[in-house]
Design a protein around this ligand. Sequence first.
Ligand code: SF4
Length: 324
Amino acid sequence: MPAVLDDISTEILHLKKKIGATILAHYYQEGEIQELADITGDSLKLAREATKVDTPVIVFCGVLFMAETAKMLNPAKKVLLPDLKAGCSLVDSCPPEKLHRYQEMLRENGRKFQTVTYINSSAAVKALSDWVVTSGNAEEVVRKIPESDEILFVPDKHLGRYLSEVTGRKMILWDGSCMVHEIFSVHDLVRMKKLHPTAQTIAHPECPKNILEHADFIGGTEAMIKFVGAYKEPVEFIVATEPNMMWQLESRFKHHKYLPVPGITCACNKCPHMALNTLEKIRDCMLTGGPEIHWQPEFDRAKEVLAKSLLNPPAAAKVQPQGD
Ligand code: SF4
């Protein structure tokens, strides 16, 4: 908690008590939002934590697919998203009708496959899937799929390519990508590495190969926290993920220095969808009781796939937890 709360933060804390809410915030939210949250995390941690919340209301500070996931796993709770327009470029890259047509075409051609879907997808796409994964459990799920089946991985082609390399499984990759991780400047990264020769470069697997090949460590946000936390002496880290992640790292491990990799088109490279949530909108959603995530018909099937994938992960799990 901040030492001195400003008016709006005080108002939010008061409303939280009044309506019985728990605030969940993704690591890509602004620091002032993460600071107020009861729980911060990546998409896997937040999905799991959402199932343990004992208040009637969840205020989800993240993007739409994350709030939908929280609703699917907690049908009886009221789930509020401060701004309903907080979307995701990965979700947009995979319309469910297009995926359905593609799956039909593969089946007509006699292909036997399982669809493994990154959690950054719409509920309708999750409903068309065999598995829903985060970057944290994707490897264990992929390893569990029999070799006799092909794998259709949607929608993140970069994460899919990375998983294919790590597991040795060939994959049919959907042509989607995250607008934030897609546009890191390799030129700037290489220049930074020259200027800071002892720095450790950490990168999210949603980054393209040309960025990952310069990384000393590749992992989702939870895995980054573990990796950075293991360094007891001060170290410089060059960070290739959404820059709000640095608030989390700076808060936990103050003795290190963090250097963000800029984007090609935008020096700050923040996710514009995540940025739609503000303290004012968090207060307003608790005041008005909306926008609320309502149950949709496709949630029924999507929930089944989510629950078996995230809450009861395969027994052979041997990978580090990571996520968006
Ligand atoms: S950072 Fe990328 S993957 Fe995450 S919500 Fe923003 S656009 Fe989607």
